[in-house]
Design a protein. Structure first.
Length: 98
């Protein structure tokens, strides 16, 4: 996985809340640091099947989340339409349709 992290949540709402809080915490941690010392994350979230084999997680849930993360702008959280439809009205965050 390189320098990435994969986290499985039982709830899409919890995943979105965690991602937003993490990005906000990173903004605070990076405040005042020179740009070359900042850690800026890209986060992708999908809701789908995840299979476990030993210590590996794979499946559509993982593959699509990884694609969203790769597309995400630094410091942003990208969610699939399925996640958006699931969390709409359950979180107070504003979403932009890309």
């Amino acid at each position: 996985m390189g320098d990435g992290v994969l986290i499985e949540f039982a709830s899409a709402v919890d995943a979105v809340q965690c991602a937003v809080q993490l990005q906000e915490a990173m903004d605070t941690a990076n405040a005042g640091l020179p740009e070359d010392r900042r850690i800026v994350l890209r986060i992708g979230i999908n809701l789908g099947d995840v299979m476990v084999e030993g210590s590996d997680l794979y499946g559509d849930g993982v593959n699509i989340a990884a694609r969203l993360e790769a597309l995400a702008e630094p410091g942003r959280v990208y969610v699939s339409r399925y996640v958006f439809n699931h969390v709409r009205g359950k979180v107070s965050h504003v979403f932009e349709d890309l």
